[in-house]
Design a protein around this ligand. Structure first.
Ligand code: ADP
Length: 253
């Protein structure tokens, strides 16, 4: 079995302020395909704040409102996942972690035992930050950092980040027409890791920099990360299911 973590950003999961159900279904179908092809899959999903906003439109620029929206939206998000996973005969589960879980060896072990047990029973763990007690990812990172920690501490060989961008480019492709995709990256430099943060919309808090930091962390742990489009899953499918690297960026030391 190959263990992978898939992280999906809020921009991919939401459209016009609501959960993008078709994209969520495509993601669930991908996970189902992976599971029948010898993969163990852990999902790290954003989207709780957006799901909450569809129920109660609080001002998202206030952090406490975002926490409240996440608390409202998380059960809605999970309900939607449950419905979709059940159409593929799969159970899913909710695992809320605060960022400091990984600061404690004991808490990390407890969490890993639970994750291992879920996976051994063919259940898909859906991880999110516990935003009522820990706001690091809510304010900054959109789960990019959390997913890198999940991949390392829960012993996955690969983190797949499904983003609104289909790869890492030599410059921002939304600003420069001549930006070129970097297919494989084996080292990241300080200036790339400390560049200005460029979140793309009001729900996105990470931008490319937090993804590069996630990749850097994993490469230093001898693990890999694959960045690909969450809007069109063809690249991630061919990479994981056919071992063909057509699009996307593989970060591997
Ligand atoms: P998500 O919400 O999917 O996690 P973000 O929108 O936070 O993703 O971050 C991806 C965005 O980062 C892209 O849409 C792009 O505009 C921006 N970006 C800046 N520089 C680059 C680069 N060199 N390569 C790819 N994307 C970049």
């Amino acid at each position: 079995m190959k263990r992978v973590v898939i992280k999906v950003g809020s921009h991919v999961l939401t459209q016009n302020g609501a959960i993008a159900k078709t994209r969520m279904l495509a993601l669930v179908e991908l996970i189902s395909d992976l599971k029948t092809n010898q993969y163990e899959v852990i999902l790290v999903s954003s989207g709780a704040v957006s799901a909450g906003y569809t129920q109660l439109p609080l001002d998202r620029s206030v952090v406490a409102n975002k926490q409240a929206l996440a608390a409202i939206g998380q059960p809605y998000l999970l309900k939607m996942y449950q419905e979709k996973f059940s159409t593929f005969g799969l159970l899913c589960s909710q695992v809320l972690l605060s960022a400091d879980v990984f600061d404690s060896r004991k808490q990390t072990d407890h969490a890993k035992n639970a994750i291992d047990t879920l996976l051994a029973n063919n259940v898909v763990p859906i991880i999110n930050e516990n935003d009522t007690v820990s706001i690091e990812e809510l304010v900054f990172g959109d789960n990019d950092r959390l997913s890198a920690h999940v991949a390392h501490y829960f012993d996955a060989e690969l983190l797949v980040i499904l983003s609104d961008i289909d790869a890492f480019y030599d410059k921002d492709p939304n600003k420069y027409d001549d930006a070129k995709r970097r297919a494989i990256v084996s080292v990241l430099h300080e200036e790339e890791l400390n560049a200005d943060h460029t979140p793309n919309n009001e729900f996105a808090t990470g931008g490319i920099v937090t993804k590069l930091q996630a990749a850097d962390f994993l490469m230093k742990q001898h693990r890999a990360m694959f960045l690909a489009s969450g809007f069109d899953l063809r690249d991630v499918k061919s990479f994981l299911l056919k071992a063909e690297h057509l699009g996307g960026t593989l970060f591997q030391a």
